[in-house]
Design a protein around this ligand. Structure first.
Ligand code: 13P
Ligand code: SF4
Length: 304
């Protein structure tokens, strides 16, 4: 039996589902029940009736799934899968940031630990950051940990001051202004689609800035034929695959071959099989922290 067949069989036996972020190695899609960006996967985690969730993503994503499904067992296939941006803030530097900017609500990007979420007012993802900040209806908000997503939101929101923490994504920051300029020269007819975790100068030169899901939807719906994608390679791999499957006759080009999040690539099919079989790498969250962190995510999910 192939590893894929073995995983599918175990999933059935254990009433398990696999949630997969679209930056994961593409072969994992074959055993996945849901593949998408972090907002889509958070919602899927909240709705499922499975007994077990295997989260093919990074640690904070598996923690978020556990927060939303406390009665289920949640596993991360490979415990080395952390998010470098999420690790840039902990409760100590969050508290300092709040003390330096008192009495201002804190919006917390989902790329953060449960501990950090437990001390923030509301969560957001890159798909809904603008809507969430606006929903607070406040003159100022603190935004943690990603300074660039916060700065990008500021360019779109005129009635609120967004004060950002100084975290960032090392993978998205590898995309340079010169990459965009070179792509414009090389592919003059292409549309350049960029993730808001990129540097503000990169975002400014792009044709469209959006979350993973928004980038994928834009590319599929557009009547243009050539796209340069300024985000993680997994997105481009999936666009190329779906383009072939659906005969869309479009071309997708990764802005720079180095845009690979190393932490997203740790999970393998073997790791998924092992956690399903042995039930190791389970995610546990202290109940006190979980209650407060869950409130932070629930508030986001309740914003229509
Ligand atoms: P999305 O919210 O677009 O899925 O992004 C998650 C992430 O880690 C981006 O680097
Ligand atoms: Fe974290 Fe960046 Fe990797 Fe996304 S791409 S998981 S923000 S390190």
């Amino acid at each position: 039996m192939s590893i894929i067949e073995k995983i599918k069989k175990l999933k059935k036996e254990k009433n398990a589902i696999i949630l997969t972020h679209c930056y994961q190695n593409i072969e994992i899609d074959e055993v996945s029940d849901f593949v998408g960006d972090s907002l889509y996967l958070s919602r899927a985690a909240a709705k499922t009736n499975a007994d077990i969730i295997v989260f093919a993503g990074v640690y904070f994503m598996a923690q978020s799934a556990k927060l939303l499904s406390p009665q289920k067992k949640v596993f991360l296939p490979n415990m080395n899968s952390g998010c470098l941006m999420a690790d840039m803030i902990d409760v100590n530097n969050l508290r300092l940031f709040k003390r330096q900017n008192p009495d201002i609500p804190v919006v917390c990007y989902i790329n953060s630990t449960a501990e950090v979420k437990s001390e923030c007012d509301i969560c957001c993802t890159s798909s809904n950051a603008l809507k969430i900040i606006e929903s607070l209806n406040e003159p100022k908000v603190l935004f943690v940990p990603d300074t660039y997503l916060g700065k990008w939101a500021q360019t779109k929101l005129k009635n609120v001051e967004v004060i950002t923490f100084n975290g960032f994504c090392p993978t998205h920051l590898r995309i340079r202004v010169d990459d965009i300029k070179n792509a414009r020269k090389k592919y003059p007819n292409a549309v350049i689609l960029t993730h808001p975790e990129c540097h503000s100068e990169v975002a400014k030169l792009s044709d469209f800035v959006g979350s993973t899901k928004e980038i994928m939807e834009f590319a599929v719906k557009s009547d243009k034929k050539q796209f340069v994608i300024a985000t993680e390679k997994g997105v481009v791999d999936r666009l190329i695959r779906d383009n072939k499957l659906n005969n869309m006759n479009k071309e997708f080009i990764l802005i720079n071959e180095n845009i690979i999040c190393p932490n997203m690539k740790h999970n393998t099919l073997e790791d998924i099989y092992n956690v399903l079989q042995n039930e190791n790498n389970e995610i546990f969250i202290d109940e006190n922290i979980a209650q407060k962190a869950r409130r932070c995510i629930d508030k986001m999910l309740n914003v229509k």
